[in-house]
Design a protein around this ligand. Sequence first.
Ligand code: COA
Length: 260
Amino acid sequence: MGYENLLVDDRDGARWITVNRPAKLNALNAAVLAELGDAVRAAATTDAVKAVVITGAGEKAFVAGADIAEFVGLSAADAQAFSRRGQQLFDAIAVLPKPVVAAVNGFALGGGCELAMACHLRVATSNAKFGQPEVKLGLIPGYGGTQRLPRLVGRARALELLLTGKNIDAATALQWGLVNRVVDPAELVATVQALVAEVLAVSPAAVARCLEAVRDGLDLPLARALELEASLFGGCFATADMREGVAAFLEKRAAHFTGR
Ligand code: COA
């Protein structure tokens, strides 16, 4: 896994992927996106990887957005394709059947906010800032921001950020439900590791189905979403994890889940 713009290391079942362009506040250029796509594919297909953490190098930024320098000279068709490429990568993160946590260690702006929102859980440092400043550039978000932001924080708050381009601080992001936790920068790694450990202690087969139910169900009418839930609930009964979890409870012992 030799990447030029990413650091990748495995810790206790979690693959930590660090966007590593601190001199450019980890802005996402084409090379970073290609490497990130490769790293996400590798994480998806490697059995030993049970969870993924995405973060940024340095103390200032998670990711300060798409690399604005790459916008120069793009035609409308080029830009549409650029948007689709980023959307597809972030979708690949969102649909991973393994938990993905964004460890947001500073600016999460534009594509950085969109990257964090594509993750399943978000832990932010107290100095983190979130925003979709694209309107200040005459743009709109193109990596899912106009869609994931209102789904996470509601239409009114999303529109406030989208229409003004202003940033919010970590405390506001927590109040709005954009992040799960806010911690001191020195505690970020330990907090994320503890959160990942909590998820890895339960059934991976059930976790994958929870991710699917919430992800797909929220975009369906309630009746269809409840059908999806019932179908996934039924699917649990064909898993070894469910048999083990129920047996362990009844036998008053710890469960040993395999994810099957
Ligand atoms: N694309 C390309 N380069 C970026 C970038 C981006 N999204 N965000 C930061 N950088 C670069 C800066 O150009 C600068 O490079 P340089 O040292 O070669 O000039 C370097 O990262 C450091 O950024 P700088 O602006 O000097 O830091 P700052 O502390 O003064 O400001 C921000 C931090 C995040 C407020 C500011 O960098 C910014 O507004 N970035 C753009 C955010 C944005 O609009 N994102 C959405 C893009 S669609």
